[in-house]
Design a protein around this ligand. Structure first.
Ligand code: NDP
Length: 245
């Protein structure tokens, strides 16, 4: 399994957007390490789909906010593939939480996964990737909407965009790009959880394309950023949202 092709780690790839990023990168020829928090059956199913299509995939369980788990994620992928070319830091959580004292624990949860977790994955990617490496982090287009109830989530994803720009500068001279992809509403569990049919229909109509994004819409943009034509795009936030802005 070593040194056969380019390789990628995708965190949060057991379902949702990360799953389609893993499938798309595998279709592009990457060997893919599928990171996940707990849903082993779903992670295994993504790996099996890649393998059934002739690709190479492994699954690695771990919490992105845990230093040892992130070290294991990278060392397991390196051991399996022999090299690392691309890191997509996609794992994230979202809870509806108006800015009220009662919601401070939800704030802590989102900061832990979305900021601490992102920081650790970006840090390890910066340590491990070599010349030509590509890093993509998941932000969100809802930052620009300042939607009530999204304060902690928007705070966490604003931090992600800050980290991306700083890391791009810290990697000066190493020929490694660092970008964010900021989707609008995408049809995944994270988006549907806690929303009524009316809210979903209203949000789907917000882009001029009048539909929700699909995980594949986002995966296609990631594929461009990490592929042969994306090498001059650096330190950008690519808003993949059908015009929801
Ligand atoms: P889902 O809830 O569908 O999937 C989340 C994924 O992240 C799962 O694979 C889950 O693993 C993993 N995960 C969650 N917490 C952790 C953790 N602490 N450590 C490791 N893995 C973890 O989310 P989406 O696919 O919708 O979202 C993916 C990314 O895109 C997120 O960063 C999100 O903020 C962002 N985004 C999503 C939008 C949307 O509308 N869906 C819009 C804009 C941005 P497991 O299955 O094992 O639990």
């Amino acid at each position: 399994m070593k040194n056969t092709s380019k390789t990628a780690i995708v965190t949060g790839a057991s379902r949702g957007i990360g799953k389609d990023i893993a499938l798309r990168l595998a279709a592009d020829g990457f060997a893919v390490a599928i990171g996940y928090a707990g849903n082993q059956a779903q992670a295994d199913a993504v790996a099996a789909e890649i393998q059934d299509n002739g690709g190479t995939a492994i699954t690695i369980k771990g919490n992105v906010a845990n230093v040892d788990d992130v070290s294991k994620l990278f060392s397991s992928a390196e051991k399996a593939f022999g090299r690392l070319d691309v890191v997509v830091s996609n794992a994230g959580i979202m809870n509806f939480a108006p800015i009220k004292t009662d919601n401070v624990e939800k704030l802590d949860q989102m900061l832990t996964t979305n900021v601490r977790g992102m920081f650790l994955v970006l840090a390890k990617a910066a340590e491990i990737l070599g010349d030509g490496g590509r890093i993509v982090a998941l932000s969100t287009s809802v930052i620009a909407k300042a939607t009530p109830g999204y304060g902690p989530y928007i705070a966490s994803k604003s931090a992600v965009e800050g980290l991306v720009h700083v890391l791009a500068n810290e990697l000066r001279g190493r020929n490694i790009t660092v970008n964010a992809v900021a989707p609008g509403p995408v049809a995944t569990e994270l988006f549907f959880n806690g929303k009524t049919e009316e809210q979903i229909a209203m949000l789907a109509k917000m882009s001029p394309m009048e539909r929700l994004g699909t995980p594949l819409d986002v995966a296609n943009a990631v594929s461009f950023l990490v592929g042969k034509d994306g090498g001059w795009v650096n330190s950008q936030v690519v808003r993949v949202n059908g015009g929801f802005a």
